[in-house]
Design a protein around this ligand. Structure first.
Ligand SMILES: Cc1cc2nc3c(=O)[nH]c(=O)nc-3n(C[C@H](O)[C@H](O)[C@H](O)COP(=O)(O)OP(=O)(O)OC[C@H]3O[C@@H](n4cnc5c(N)ncnc54)[C@H](O)[C@@H]3O)c2cc1C
Length: 337
């Protein structure tokens, strides 16, 4: 276990803003979680869990408690016949994807190159190009901060929806520190038609090999061409959530010329499309720029403060609301207790 004091949150999150964390504790083994909570209890501190900080945003006042960072790493096959793997929560998500595509297994290949850790992946039910982790997750092992015990949580208890789960919503949000995640993959491969941009890539390049490894290659190329690389460009990925509508709301939106995607009984508006239609693509707000390649992404070009981010969020939301009547909701999590 490694304890550091007064660590700038801007240096441990990809949006690169936020004041100091009073303490940053890295845990590298299961036993160390007990030691970390002994420290938290003895000093009566608040806590916040962190992986790579790709979906978490620091506030200007920082965080006066402990940021507990999962550094437990490794991924292994548990059952080759059933295609079950388990990885530790601090493992880099994309390493886990590569591990499965190297085995030729399908299930998470379209989620290649999503930044962050395996432990954070179930928290907001990460997804991309038609796949999300709820489709493959079996269970997680976690430290229950309420009972101070290690527990196993099966998928059925996770209440997974769009960016919403037991781990980030309701009274148990922030209760479980995820230690390891078990996934069950499939044989075979994805088949067309694919999610729009993947389908376009397949057609343009006349590709017929849809093996997990090849889907991974394609997704990585698509993402590289339009999404910021957290190593060089500050962002938290999609800054706003997509909008879910009831059938009558969807009918009404379509009558107003708004693009609604209807699939599996769900109606969604791509918020990036609304932002683009509002003329905000590529526009700058208080040091943040709406990406000119993916309008859902806010890039931090020169901003240093959370208050500037709030101003940018308020202004973009106001313009979209005025034009289309929809409230926007921020996707990344604020680092607070
Ligand atoms: C350029 C870019 C592109 C992105 N593209 C996508 C995308 O295509 N699809 C998508 O779904 N997301 C995307 N994201 C968002 C982000 O990659 C995911 O949310 C990812 O899961 C974050 O992982 P992390 O380890 O950085 O999480 P963090 O930001 O560190 O944490 C996120 C949340 O999980 C909690 N948490 C972290 N670790 C644990 C743990 N071990 N136990 C319990 N709770 C924990 C935190 O408290 C916080 O609430 C993108 C982000 C960026 C910057």
């Amino acid at each position: 276990m490694k304890i550091q004091e007064n660590v700038p949150i801007s240096e441990i999150t990809t949006m690169r803003i936020g004041g100091n964390a009073r303490y940053l504790i890295d845990v590298f083994a299961k036993d160390e979680i007990i030691d970390a909570f002994k420290f938290i209890d003895e000093n009566k501190l608040k806590f916040f869990f962190l992986g790579e900080g790709a979906n978490s945003i620091g506030k200007d006042e920082g965080f006066s408690g402990v940021i507990l960072r999962n550094r437990l790493q490794g991924v292994e096959t548990l059952d080759e016949k059933e295609r079950i793997i388990r990885g530790f929560g601090g493992e880099i998500w994309d390493n886990v994807v590569k591990f499965t595509t190297d085995l030729g297994w399908s299930g998470i290949e379209a989620m290649s190159a999503i930044p962050g850790t395996l432990g954070a992946a179930p928290v907001q039910n990460i997804g991309a190009y038609g796949q999300d982790i709820s489709q493959v997750i079996v269970e997680v092992e976690a430290f229950d901060t309420k009972t101070r015990e290690f527990v196993t949580i099966p998928k059925k208890k996770m209440e997974m929806g769009y960016r919403k789960t037991l781990f980030n919503f309701g009274e148990d949000a922030g209760r479980y520190f995820i230690i390891s995640v078990t996934l069950k993959l499939k044989n075979g491969h994805l088949n067309p038609p694919f999610y729009t941009s993947l389908q376009r890539f397949v057609e343009e390049h006349e590709i017929s090999d849809f093996s997990p490894a090849n889907i991974r290659e394609m997704v990585m190329k698509i993402r590289e061409s339009k999404l910021p690389n957290p190593k060089t460009t500050a962002s938290a990925g999609s800054f706003f959530k997509n909008i879910y509508l009831s059938n009558s709301e969807a009918d009404e939106a379509e009558a107003r010329g708004i693009q609604v995607f209807r699939s599996n009984g769900e109606n969604t508006i791509n918020t990036g499309w609304l932002i683009e239609q509002a003329g905000l693509k590529g526009k700058e707000f208080f040091g943040f720029r709406v990406s000119d390649k993916a309008s859902l992404i806010l890039i931090n070009e020169s901003a240093r403060s959370f208050s500037d981010l709030l101003k940018a969020e308020t202004e973009i939301s106001r313009i979209v609301k005025e034009k289309f009547g929809f409230e926007l909701e921020m996707e990344p999590v604020k680092i607070e207790a």
